[in-house]
Design a protein around this ligand. Sequence first.
Ligand code: ARG
Length: 567
Amino acid sequence: MLQALKTVLSTHYSTRLKKIPQDLSQLMESPKAGGRGHVALPVFAWAKELKKAPPLLATELAAELSQDLAPGLQSIEAVSGFVNFTFAGNYIQDLLVREILHQPEKVGHSQVGNGRKLVIDFCSPNVAKPMHVGHLRAAVIGQAIVRLAKTQGFEVVGLNHLGDWGVQFGKLAWAFLEWGKDYPFAEKPFDSLYKLYVRFHDEAEKNPALHDVGSKMFKRLEDGDAEVEALWKQFVDISLKDYQRIWDQLGIHHDLVRGESFYNDRLKVVEKMLQEKGLLEESGGAQVVRLDEAGMPPCLIRKSDGASLYATRDLASAIYRMEELNAHVNLYVVGVDQTLHFRQVFEVLRKMGYAWVDHCHHIAFGMYRFKDTQISTRKGNTVFLEDVLKQATERVQAIIAQKNPALADAGRIAKQVGIGAIVFNDLMNDRIKNVDFDWARALDFEGDSGPYVQYCGVRCLSLMRKFGRTISAQMTTVLSSEEEVALLRCLLLYQDTLKNSYAHFKPHYLAGYLLEVCRRFNQFYNKCRILGEARELEEARMTLVQMVHTVIGSGLYNLSIELPDAM
Ligand code: ARG
């Protein structure tokens, strides 16, 4: 794609421009919106060195390079401080056909990761509690980054840092022994577990002594009591099974579950290391690492009652991922409200001397807000993730019943479109922003939405079906209308979009790009006749349609959204 063009140019012109090809290629970019050509070379830095006005230098360079056109190149022109290169139409078409249609499942891939390992901790809920819409964000952003990282050649390990340890498990175990028989654990295990959790907290509000009872039970668990441990294990299994049922609907997959309990034996080791490095201090009976010079409150390592903390487990888990799993990159897809926590953890790791901490990143995201509803587990007005997915499917089902009642397999398609709408609506905006959720917008088939992109892909597929023959994937005619040229240019950018989207861990670059492809496609579709044109033109346009279909399908896949085959 664009990279291939940059390579051609930088190899060809490196001697003339007195730069090594790699540097030259790095400098090159896609012309700014509305700019002409396929590749632009900014000359500002050179102009400064040479003490020349950038437009003048660009004009001189364009004239010089034009004397010796690189293979496939049609023209070179100066556009203010840039030298813009335009390739011949057939050259661009052949390149796109090769890169998109010859290996459709790898379209746009690069080798930035070079097989190195990337561990990503995403959507790690707390046992016995249903996932709420906050987990939806962690799930979809995380899964998109998983797929983006794979396109860049990383070996990805999706990890679930399950909240499976703490005093609440003593409370739950006690509640189970006391009231367990009142709930249908055999038929509805997770629902029963959650009801037990809620009941315990309700009763404890009236009778605070229950908290102590729960703590005692937790102590038994910590001491390895077999009976309590069996209960605990059961709670974890019940929860994981239920989470996976919901994750399946979203295409979420973890490769490893390494819950908080996994680090129980490693906490002592971390504390010892901190002690030996002279980082541990006592403060009001608790053990802390001071972070004054970094302008942060101390990081709590062990509470005065001896309980270890969330942060200590995250120190242990970072060391585990980097040193035992041999990760090169370690990501945490967790809400922005935990920003201080991760800054503290990373700072402590830095003080411990771990240079790899620069490869640990908190991938923060904003809150999810439904109109008039706040998210909280305690208050009982939580918006559960599963309900949102169910509602999305039902709403799309109603739209289909109204607009296209004859649609075959409507149930499956409603799911693909409904869930796709939720996911796209989330990934379309910069993750750090809050999502103000509005059903009408997420399901607007004509606006910037998942269904809009899916519909465009389906339109391509339906053209391919009507065409009825195998598309030769040969473009003997050069497509030259404004709409066609713009669409082809847009396709050239797919690879760079994946690369940038990964590099900044920002799936919305890709989502925005897909919207742009669809807009360009619709302009082409409205302007140019496709079926019924003279044979060669029809073939060329259908090849373009197939390329658009492939890029939309691939792009949606990388956002973990399915492309239906009809709508
Ligand atoms: N269980 C936590 C929660 O639901 C998220 C865990 C994130 N991962 C981590 N390594 N701290 O808020």
